[in-house]
Design a protein around this ligand. Structure first.
Ligand code: ADP
Length: 401
């Protein structure tokens, strides 16, 4: 029997998201989520795609090992158990791969040690990713496990884009540089955009705008990332749901010296209480649009700040690339919020950019162009699929045996 299934695991500090895919036709067999791990009210939601009928379970799940065992049991009920010979590999999303990991990597002890060494630059994410990997290895020690890094796609950035203009020795001593994140999505979407344009990825230059709760932009030349908006951490760049994105670093000194805030308080302020939620009290773009329709000025200002930043990055990456074939919107906001796409591109006709009102307003789950025929630079919407990309990269590395 050929092994063509890949289990994709995205392990957070208190959650595990998973998808089981069959790579013979890239179809999904099951999807699910375990939340609130370590609490009395942990919740598992499992959906086998054959029936589409979700099963939910609430109760205490002590740790990631128990969570993964519960997932394995659910999969087994559908005849998709982790002990199946059809399972080729497990693909893990790992947030930070530093400079070292430029490609998906089969996990061994040395790889685990390197991911662990990166914890100081990804204290929130890498420990949870490591727990997921260790647990999966424990359950299926014989099975290839692959790490797919959020940073990998950005390792092609030239030093001129990746380095901050700070003292080189200090930067190197603390591994301070711009790493970028959402790389799996930027890779998938930039490739799919080239396909939509009917051209090879090597031939096209695109600006990808991944606008979810977290948000990042990237400039991709001929399939390779040459700049991205997130930096050492996912805090830099665009205005996000709860993160500030770019600001004068002196704001931090000011808050500490004049505002009397601790470093941890400032960290929480900028990561959790800023961005759209800090500006208007809501981080969901649907709610913000609803409030704008009701004449809410705070919501309107939050939207305007969000759009202003987005536009600045479109302009900046246009300049970085020199020639742009398409601006591509993806993720929750990018795929669904027509007003965001319209406003971000408004006034950029001089750069060859325009959206067509009707095309932009039409809803679809498919990759599509929303620019008018005459636009020199196409505007596209491409739904992202990070799990499929992780499974594809994992299978390319270990499959077909
Ligand atoms: P993440 O993976 O970063 O949590 P997603 O890519 O799923 O985020 O995006 C989530 C966000 O997408 C929500 O916070 C919401 O602002 C936005 N969103 C989802 N659906 C819509 C919609 N129909 N219209 C506008 N915004 C939407």
């Amino acid at each position: 029997m050929s092994s063509s299934r890949v289990l994709v695991l995205n392990s957070g500090s208190s959650s595990v998201k998973y998808q089981l895919l069959d790579m013979s036709d890239s179809s999904r067999l099951a999807v699910g989520l375990v939340e609130r791990i370590g609490e009395e009210t942990s919740r598992l939601r499992h959906t086998p795609l054959a029936t589409g009928a979700s099963r939910e379970w609430t109760g205490p799940i002590a740790d990631h090992e128990a969570a993964l065992k519960a997932v394995a049991e659910e999969l087994a009920k559908d005849g998709l158990g982790l002990d199946s010979p059809e399972l080729a590999a497990i693909g893990h999303r790992v947030v930070h791969g530093g400079k070292h990991f430029t490609e998906p990597t089969v996990i061994d002890d040395a790889v685990l040690a390197e991911i662990e060494r990166l914890i100081p630059v990804a204290p929130l994410h890498n420990p949870a990713n490591l727990t997921g990997i260790r647990t999966a290895r424990h359950l299926r020690p014989d099975l290839p496990q692959v790490a797919v890094f959020d940073t990998a796609f950005h390792t092609t950035m030239p030093e001129s884009a990746a380095r901050y203009a700070i003292d080189t020795e200090t930067a190197d001593a603390h591994r301070i540089r711009r790493y970028g994140f959402h790389g799996t999505s930027h890779a998938y979407v930039s490739r799919a955009a080239a396909e939509l344009l009917g051209r090879a990825p090597e031939e096209v230059n695109v600006i990808v705008l991944h606008l979810g709760n977290g948000a990042s932009a990237s400039a991709v030349r001929g399939g390779k990332c040459v700049d991205t908006s997130m930096g050492l951490t996912p805090l830099e760049g665009l205005v996000m749901g709860t993160r500030s994105g770019d600001l004068d670093p002196a704001v931090i000194f000011h808050l500490a010296r004049v505002g009397g805030m601790s470093i941890d308080e400032i960290d929480t302020l900028l990561n959790k209480k800023s961005g759209l939620i800090g500006l208007c009290g809501d981080n969901d773009m649907r709610e913000i649009r609803r409030r704008i329709d009701d004449g809410d000025e705070r919501a309107q200002l939050a939207f305007d700040i969000y759009i202003h930043r987005l536009k600045k990055y479109i302009g900046a990456y246009y300049a970085v690339l020199g020639r742009v074939d398409a601006v591509v919107f993806t993720a929750g906001v990018g795929e669904n919020a027509a007003p965001v796409r319209e406003a971000a591109v408004a006034g950029l006709e001089g750069l060859g950019l325009a959206v067509d009102g009707a095309l932009n307003a039409a809803r679809s789950d498919e990759p599509r162009l929303v620019s008018p025929e005459y636009a020199r630079v196409k505007v596209a919407v491409v739904p992202t699929d990070e799990e499929l990309e992780i499974a594809t990269q994992t299978y390319a590395l270990v499959g077909r045996h």
